[in-house]
Design a protein around this ligand. Sequence first.
Ligand SMILES: NC(=O)c1ccc[n+]([C@@H]2O[C@H](COP(=O)([O-])OP(=O)(O)OC[C@H]3O[C@@H](n4cnc5c(N)ncnc54)[C@H](O)[C@@H]3O)[C@@H](O)[C@H]2O)c1
Length: 439
Amino acid sequence: MDSKEINIKEPKGKLGVLLPGMGAVATTFVAGVMAVKKGIAKPVGSVTQIGTIRLGKRTENRSPLIKDFIALAGLEDLVFGGWDIFEDNCYQAAKKAGVLDRYMLEQIKPELEKVKPWTAVFDKKYVKKLDGTHIKSGNTKMELVDQIRQDIQNFKKENNLDRMAMVWCGSTEIYMDPSEDIFNDLDAFEKAIRENHPSIAPSMLYAYAAIAEGVPYANGAPNLSVDFPALVEFAKKKGVPIMGKDFKTGQTLMKTILAPGLKARYLGLNGWFSTNILGNRDGEVLDDPESFKSKEVSKLGVLEHILQPTVYPDLYGDMYHKVRINYYPPRGDNKEGWDNIDIFGWLGYPMQIKIDFLCRDSILAAPIVLDLIIFMDLAARSGMKGIQEWLSFYFKSPQAAEGLYPEHDIFIQLMKLKNTLRYLKGEELITHLGLEYYD
Ligand SMILES: NC(=O)c1ccc[n+]([C@@H]2O[C@H](COP(=O)([O-])OP(=O)(O)OC[C@H]3O[C@@H](n4cnc5c(N)ncnc54)[C@H](O)[C@@H]3O)[C@@H](O)[C@H]2O)c1
């Protein structure tokens, strides 16, 4: 498709940020935005805040900041709201999460304390390790949807918001089979909500409510939430951008950086063993086998899609991929992820790579939440609807159009993201093709 400038509505007024789940990731994101606004810290890791984009030929030397190239909502436009099963305000929750230090939190305490979660839609059946105290009740799941919609409408009115966007930062729910009939079409799904079908988890109710209110929705966890045909159909019908799933941080981030490089040099892979220790609440939730199953499925798809064993059977046909997550409280949010990678080269000679990533999960996830909010809003203002594959860059298990495989290679994902921005502004797409050899 040729580039032609698309009509993008100006980002005027306030942008409401809706966060179901105000734990480690959400509070690190909210506190981070407040700290950046105060000039206490820099928004490291955020494409929307510090990323640049090359335009035209290399000789033109045009590489503006993305936020100067295309009109995006600014940090000062963001207003925060959300839900949690615990009553703690954002300051208390951030303190408990233990990601940011006391010194930083004290400087933004008054602003953080003002962000208080609304009562959540929660059922222990879907997150076995948690017991909520701050939760809604209703006779049917559709009544609960209506309560979420009411919260969204009140938030908009009380804060005089122009637009909103929602990112699921709640705990990982148990695995659900996406091939169940109720997920296949919208009528069946709505009927199932009204009839309290047991396969409808709370995250799906938030997603449904967001779409019904015309609010773009991104899913940061590996549970289904919005990743099935019925809600894709609903999003298209309502003209709403949706995306997911599972923020790409930590070990999977490393995997999607390294695996494309090995494949680019046609090096073979016998096995990739990944194990993690982490001690935050997310780790505790993932200690339950049913929640872990959602995470495992999300993490395992990556290598298969990047390395394409059916195309390269000699290199990847026999690879063994294993992922483990171990809950280990002393480590808190500071996860440690080990990878042992058995590769082989010329004539099949074996080699090994070891990675020991001492990472901070929520520090890697917070800029993703920020970028998703800002880019989702851009998508909505540009008239884009349905699955936003150009934002696959941010996900472990990107949602893709039916019949298509997801793109996992982080370098292709980044090219797709930037080319989408160029396309929106009528700029030439960058193919890296050089024709100077013929001059
Ligand atoms: N931190 C990362 O790097 C990372 C990466 C990928 C995905 N994730 C996912 O993001 C999510 C958040 O991670 P976290 O580290 O902040 O976890 P967390 O446990 O600190 O926070 C999750 C919050 O969600 C709340 N919650 C659970 N069910 C809810 C519901 N139905 N409604 C409202 N609130 C609910 C919990 O009370 C908790 O406060 C998890 O699902 C995690 O798997 C995190």
